[in-house]
Design a protein around this ligand. Sequence first.
Ligand SMILES: [Zn+2]
Ligand SMILES: [Zn+2]
Length: 345
Amino acid sequence: MRAVVYREYGVRPTLGEVPEPACPEDGAVISVGATGVCRSDWHAWKGHDPVPLPHIPGHELAGTIAQTGPAVTRWRPGDRVTVPFACGCGRCEYCRAGDAQVCPDQTQPGFTGPGSFAELVALHAADTNLVALPDAVDLVTAASLGCRFATAYRALTGHARLRPGEWLAVHGCGGVGLSAVHIGAALGARVIAVDVAAPALDRARELGAEHAILSATNTDPAPVIRDITGGGAQVSLDALGSPGTLGNSVRSLRRRGRHVQVGLLLGPAAAPPVPMDLVIAQELEIYGSHGMAARDYPAMLAQIADGTLRPARLVGSVIGLEQAGAALAAMDGPGAAAGMTVIEL
Ligand SMILES: [Zn+2]
Ligand SMILES: [Zn+2]
């Protein structure tokens, strides 16, 4: 089969022929119809997040089942499916409770094993992890959901319990931040977007942000947000992942507000200080969010199928598999304002 492969970190991935994946006993082989290019793929390619080499990237995918293992009961070849980026083992207490996103034995296509920049990809525990796609959701749109969009959706609905009319502050308008801006506005919240780049804020306004704060010129957005909202936002997200944006997000909350940490805190930033004095005095809630399990997809897909949510608005370009290596390498700069790149096979 054709697949995009890199053999060393930071060396341009190439398109070539590789052996087809074997189907796991409890898993499925998916014929990939579309797959997103994500910053996490770029981090792995750069060596920030070690992966087995040589490696096929790709973790945001949608396609058609080509083969199922003998232990699979819910799926058959030909079914149109997508999958969360974190796939549960299907056996532990967390998977059995529907929380595969925190499974201690999770697998991640494109990280723990070969990913979806390929004609075929093997997935484990199909009965736990696969998600059926409604006919109204095309494969390119579905491929844009698995990571950034689903993560933002669950952060706002599952953790923050965002309600219409509430103020939502989004710190960092990359892929997940812009998804949060769109979803927040679509769910009836009043959205304030914060970023250091003006083009990202322009996109945030187009996607429904009522206010946009350029934090490069205004180094502390928190007092501005408290001022705009008359006391702070009910919900605030750190969609970037840095000690600075985490602190800004917590300090922009209203009393009893909810902060959700969505941006990954890696390396030296892994254990940043949190203003716990405010958390106590104002009874703030702090959540960490790690994707979304298959169990929670149907509600989101229903809102996509009925047009409430429009993830296709976040897709910037659709390319072929032969352009995937160049697209991954091109993520060296910020560029999220240009929208998400999806590979269509
Ligand atoms: Zn598990
Ligand atoms: Zn991703």
